[in-house]
Design a binder for this molecule. Sequence first.
Ligand code: COA
Length: 180
Amino acid sequence: MKSNQPASSYRADSSIVIHQVQPGDAPALYDFYDALSPSSKRTFAPFGRNPTLDQYEQVVSANCNGRGDKYDLVAVQGKRIVGWGFVWDLDKQEPFFGLGVSDEYHDQGWGGRLMDNVLAAMHQRNLKRLYLTVVTDNARARHLYSQRGFVYIGEFTGSDGLPYYRMVADLDGRSSSGSV
Ligand SMILES: CC(C)(COP(=O)(O)OP(=O)(O)OC[C@H]1O[C@@H](n2cnc3c(N)ncnc32)[C@H](O)[C@@H]1OP(=O)(O)O)[C@@H](O)C(=O)NCCC(=O)NCCS
């Protein structure tokens, strides 16, 4: 697993900053997702194909109300969100990870940085296991996940009709299964 740099606010260059979702971020999160290409929306749809502003407001409020069942980081350039990484269902048996980056920023390390920061925060919370699902042909995302210790535990067909792998990372550092 790659090493993580815990940070509530991480600056990799002069213009993009990573921080936890904060009050007022919902419209920018909505705009971020809305602007993704059809290809990115195909493989990343945490609220399905047509999310509402209210759903993003709920993400913001879950991060700010102290309940702690959601942890969301955003990469922000000026007022624009260009990346989003999160863990949801922190209050349940199987918390899961999600990640998306604006198309024009792909392959510049932002997905990895977001992921490393989310994982660092989960280590600090002593989370033992983190789950995710990934469309089987999403080679870039699978590379990122395998690199950071996620291993294959199954596959299924999603409600969108696409084939998915299910993966888990043991945050204690003990792997449990084979890799994809
Ligand atoms: C998947 C996603 C989040 C990755 O973010 P990103 O910022 O592009 O990723 P990074 O630049 O940090 O890292 C990409 C890595 O994949 C590698 N990669 C790129 N294309 C690849 C391919 N076709 N096959 C294998 N690896 C690939 C890169 O070399 C890099 O690896 P490295 O760090 O070892 O050099 C981003 O591409 C995205 O938002 N995609 C659309 C939404 C999505 O699919 N989200 C994931 C849902 S499970």
